[in-house]
Design a protein around this ligand. Sequence first.
Ligand code: ZN
Length: 140
Amino acid sequence: MVLDKAHVLAWHENWIVHSATWETQVPSIIMLKDYMKPKAAVRFSKGNVFLRDLYKCQYCNISLTKKDCTLDHVHPISLGGKSVWDNSVTACGPCNARKSNSTKTKPRIKPYKPSYYELVNKRKTLPFQVRDPAWLEFLQ
Ligand SMILES: [Zn+2]
């Protein structure tokens, strides 16, 4: 906005930010003047692994809430396993503890790196909360 790269379509009414020299209402909805190509590469993160696995334990298949998900390293870190897509699955706490440093227990899926679009589509199947109801109009 400051660099004049976006049109502001709506503002938050009661949210103002200040700097030393100016203040502004915070935009609620902006439209970029240049189309930004979505990145096709997906970042490895716990949250993205949980999303790939749709918040299901990959050992007992139980559905978890985000805060109950743990990241399990199929090949344990203690044995040289890495925090990468193809070594990480979602696990519930009990399965993660039970598996511990075993390499015999195999997850239901062979872990893989998902595409950007797979994650976007999976995200769409989940219920979500938005901070500003005005956003809903743009999230179809
Ligand atoms: Zn489990």
